[in-house]
Design a protein around this ligand. Structure first.
Ligand SMILES: O=C(O)C1=C[C@@H](OP(=O)(O)O)[C@@H](O)[C@H](O)C1
Ligand SMILES: C=C(OP(=O)(O)O)C(=O)O
Length: 450
């Protein structure tokens, strides 16, 4: 199990207008997948714009342990020489995924489809996260759990199928991690593997499967869902892939610029995949001034340069069906809601309870510590806000959760008494340059010891 280093308490203070143009690091979902598809391809994959955060670095190390040759050639530039579908080797040591749900769960799919055995583990946060939702379909495909911690958790030893069985599987919740694990296992199955989802989740796996040479059919399913069918045992070929800036990371400077009076910032090269842009839709509904100044495409995705200006926000009702397209953005949306006039109701947030922390509880507790009125009703979070009314000054408990840490540092930039967090160390999992980038815009953020 990976140790968590000493906590790094941190604080943010009311800041003058934020100004400047920045590009946040590469998308985390695409970065994990680029390495995984590199591992499963024949030949060389060259990745640019890779997120060099701890979560993705763990996936790179695991790709090596499973047989790939993974080399860093420059900042964000990596090459992977893969083993091809069917070519995985059994790792000699436990696979340590640190804090990363995505890396561990997608790799469970990869291992399940191959005749290898591997032990999956990570930090105290990952050890609390449910893995049965991933393992259940993988058992149907022929994998076997050799051992697991109570409740189907890590450390978990998985023996992959000798002959992988293609399945038709409907995911019990909208989850790109479940969908991806099944499709990745299905790569080494003869015939067709189908995943049905009632609410569409992010589709980076489907897009990358095609990019590396697999045949994937995607059909609509019901009102909001999709049916995805993969033809098994393709030969995947190493490819070049350029990773755009992560919209989930862009969310932090974006919300900061909306709530710090007088701010105007530019966010460059932000990925605009429609299954990832629910936050932008919601913030615009709240009255946010977010302009697309230019648009292009990168790595098979639409990307945009966004100009964001501070201004009045109003509370809104966020429908449950929007949750999959902004699932990681609720902590920072709750911060925007604290500065919005009136009530914001965020519906259908049960999945937030099984992220790096119980995010529903962590957001509510942090808002309370900052003096912001909020309540949880079933799976809904309701925040009553108002610009100028956020006292701040408390300490938010982050529970090994990077998004909770960054969200409450953003809140402190516009709260009367600033805000403190108990630990900023986990920010390195997804956005290692968060503090210098925010400071370059004028944010007053202080880390313990620097
Ligand atoms: O597939 C992915 O890259 C991700 C899927 C989401 O998780 P779920 O599949 O659990 O919704 C998201 O929260 C996570 O940060 C990244
Ligand atoms: C939920 C997240 O990631 P993961 O599931 O990969 O740990 C996240 O980055 O917010």
């Amino acid at each position: 199990m990976s140790a968590h280093s000493t906590p790094v308490p941190s604080a943010s203070r009311p800041s003058g207008p934020l100004r400047g143009a920045v590009r946040v690091p590469g998308d985390k979902s695409m970065s994990h997948r680029a390495l995984i598809f590199g591992l499963l391809s024949v030949g060389e994959t060259r990745v640019t714009g890779l997120l060099e955060g701890d979560d993705v670095l763990a996936t790179a190390a695991v790709a090596r342990a499973l047989g790939a040759d993974v080399v860093r050639t420059g900042q964000g530039a990596w090459t992977v020489r893969g083993v091809g579908v069917g070519g995985l080797v059994s790792p000699t040591e436990t696979l340590d995924f640190g804090n990363a749900g995505t890396g561990s769960r997608l790799m469970m799919g990869v291992v399940a489809g191959h005749p290898v055995t591997a032990t999956f583990d990570g930090d105290a946060s990952l050890r609390k996260r449910p893995m049965r939702r991933i393992i259940d379909p993988l058992l149907k495909m022929g994998a076997r759990v050799v051992s697991e911690a109570e409740g189907g958790r890590c450390p978990l030893t998985l023996e992959g199928a000798r002959e992988t069985v293609p399945v038709v599987y409907e995911t019990p919740v909208a989850s790109a991690q479940i969908k991806s694990a099944v499709l990745l296992a299905g790569l080494n199955a003869p015939g067709k593997t189908t995943v049905i989802e009632r609410e569409a989740s992010r589709d980076h796996t489907e897009r990358m499967l095609r990019h590396f040479g697999a045949t994937v059919e995607v059909e609509p399913y019901g009102e909001h869902g999709r049916k995805i069918t993969l033809t098994g045992q393709p030969e995947l070929t190493g490819s070049d892939i350029a990773i755009p800036a992560d919209p989930s990371s862009a969310a932090f400077p974006l919300v900061a610029a909306l709530i710090v009076p007088g701010s105007e910032i530019t966010l460059e090269g932000v990925m605009m995949n429609p299954l990832r842009t629910g936050l932008f839709t919601t913030l615009r509904d709240m009255g946010a001034d977010i302009d697309v100044v230019s648009q292009t495409s990168e790595g098979g995705e639409d990307v945009a340069t966004l100009r964001v200006r501070a201004g009045a926000l109003k509370g809104v009702d966020v429908p449950a069906e929007r949750a999959p397209s902004m699932i990681d953005e609720y902590p920072v949306l709750a911060v925007a809601a604290a500065f919005a006039e009136g009530e914001t109701r965020m519906r259908g947030l049960s999945e937030l309870r099984v992220k790096e922390s119980d995010r529903l509880a962590a957001i509510a507790d942090g808002l309370t510590a900052a003096g912001v009125a909020n309540r949880i009703e079933g799976d809904d979070l309701i925040v009553t806000g108002g610009a100028g009314r956020v006292r701040g000054g408390g300490v938010a408990a982050t529970h090994l959760d990077h998004r909770i840490a960054m969200s409450f540092l953003v809140l402190g930039l516009a709260a009367r008494e600033g805000m403190n967090i108990d630990d900023a160390a986990m920010i390195a999992t997804s956005f290692p340059a968060f503090t210098p980038l925010m400071r370059s815009l004028g944010a007053d953020i202080a880390m313990d010891g620097g």
